[in-house]
Write a new protein. Structure first.
Length: 329
């Protein structure tokens, strides 16, 4: 089965970070979030993948090269319109669509099996959410057939707590229910057309980890969840001491470095004397932490300098040249 990674969005809720890099290139531990998605796809046998591009398109092309195919959107075509523009790539087979900012360890094999068993035109991955105000929620019958949607309802008005994960499998017949115009949205155009025409499509409830990295708070949460092992990612490194993973040479850590809690330290990181790290902490590749700096619950992106004596609490530290600091893995 072929797959598509949606990578054309602007990522406005991650600004100012996304003034410098496109959202799929935002680092999570040892590589961009989109690289983790491609790793997931490859582990499940999806080796023919396309991505739609719009914002900072060359940064994605240069980083991933011929690992996947690309289609550039001169103007944004919407969540569904961008998929339709790649229709020839999918040919006449079912295909998977996943957002380029999804942090997940979903079992894609089980997802594919559910789609084939249900026999509908689409299958949507859903997950129970604590706060429905943050998500579009999906309604369904006893067989898992979708009967409706609510967009970010308040808890007292919510008829479901199943959030739409933005991970889909479609049969090629899905394109029969698109609007005539180039721009198309799943929630506003295509899914309502399926309901209006009584076309069967279904849910697949997941229990694995999922975070759409839609905000800076969610980026921090997803990164720290991966650091603690709540999200299963293939991450470079070895345990230098309990709770501390180092992607480079463990012997390079200063003897007087104090670490309390979980920490991930990338390759070629320079740490001065008298530094205190209070986890969860992430120091990206090539980061430099000056003498006496104290960091708590913070992320330092690749190539970023933390000044001597600095105190960082609950922070995300980056720099304008972050794109050049990302390693290809």
């Amino acid at each position: 089965m072929k797959a598509m990674v949606l990578a054309a969005g602007l990522g406005t809720r991650l600004r100012p970070l996304t003034y410098e890099i496109t959202k799929p290139m935002v680092p999570v531990l040892d590589r961009p979030v989109m690289a983790h998605i491609l790793d997931l796809l490859e582990r499940h046998g999806f080796d023919d993948v396309i991505a739609n591009l719009h914002y900072f398109p060359e940064s994605i092309r240069e980083h991933f090269g011929d690992r996947l195919s690309y289609r550039h959107e001169e103007e944004l075509l919407g969540t569904a319109g961008g998929v339709r523009a790649c229709r020839e790539f999918f040919a006449d087979e079912a295909f998977l669509v996943i957002s380029g900012d999804a942090l997940t360890d979903i079992d894609l094999g089980a997802f594919v099996a559910r789609h084939r068993a249900a026999g509908g035109v689409a299958t949507l991955a859903v997950k129970r959410v604590a706060d429905t105000r943050e998500y579009g929620v999906v309604l369904h019958d006893s067989e898992g057939r979708i009967t409706g949607f609510q967009e970010k309802p308040s808890p007292e008005e919510a008829l479901s707590d199943l959030g739409n994960c933005g991970i889909y499998i479609f049969s090629p017949q899905i394109f029969d229910y698109f609007p005539e115009r180039p721009f198309a949205d799943w929630a506003q155009d295509v899914f309502p057309a399926l309901l209006a025409n009584d076309v069967p499509f279904h849910i697949h409830e997941i229990h694995e980890y999922w975070n759409d990295v839609g905000s800076l708070a969610e980026l921090r949460q997803g990164t720290f969840d991966a650091l603690r092992g709540e999200l299963q990612l293939q991450v470079a490194g070895q345990e230098a001491r309990p709770g501390v993973t180092v992607a480079g040479e463990p012997a390079a850590l200063p003897r007087d470095l104090e670490v309390d809690g979980h920490a991930w330290i990338g390759q070629d990181v320079e740490i001065g004397s008298g530094v205190r790290l209070m986890g969860p902490i992430v120091l990206g590749d090539g980061a430099r932490v000056g003498d006496g700096a104290q960091l708590r619950e913070s992320i330092v992106f690749p190539g970023t300098d933390v000044a001597a004596g600095a105190i960082m609490i609950g922070a995300i530290a980056g720099h304008a040249g972050i794109l050049q600091s990302l390693r290809a893995r």
